[in-house]
Every structure is written in structure tokens, then in C-alpha cells.
Design a protein. Sequence first.
Length: 102
Amino acid sequence: MTLRRRIISLLRKTDHFLTAYQIIRILGIDIHERELYEHLKHVARTIWRTSGGRERLVMRLPRCRSCGFVFTDLEEPWRPSKCPRCGSRLIEPPAFAIIREK
Ligand SMILES: [Zn+2]
């Protein structure tokens, strides 16, 4: 199974949000967080296409642990390194789940 298929399979059978770090650890793969975000971009398109729009990859947005700032303008999966409001580097990373239409 390709890595992207393994990621999709994991997200389908998990009923809560997973961070990039958790996905890497659960799958036991040796890739950088940055690479996983790249795979997730493709995974999002694949899931949408193969399900005819009934399944979607959703991202819980990253958030500053110090002041609560939420990175709402994020268009692609990414973990910002620094909070633009308070300058803290304690950023809660984005997390991912597959949502199915009933
Ligand atoms: Zn902050």
C-alpha cells in the first residue's frame, strides 16, 4: 500500500482528529512533518474525488497555546512557527480527520 493510501486508511478508521506527528508515529514512518503536510494536500483531493464529494478531509486549525490566537487564514496544512499576536512559539499544530456526509 502506498503511503497516501495508508494515511487515508488510518484517517478513515479514526474517529478523532490526528496531528501530523500522531499520523507519523502511528504509521511508524520516517518522514518529516513538512512532507506529511504535502501528502495530506493530495490526500484531501483524492478523498474528495473518489467519494464523489461525500467525504472530506478537514483540518482543525493551529492555535497559539499562550494567547489562544487561531490561524484562520491558513489555506494549506501547515504548522506555523510563531504567533503573530503574542510572538509565542507554543503553537498547537493542525489536526486532521475525514468527515463523511450521512
Ligand atoms: Zn499568541
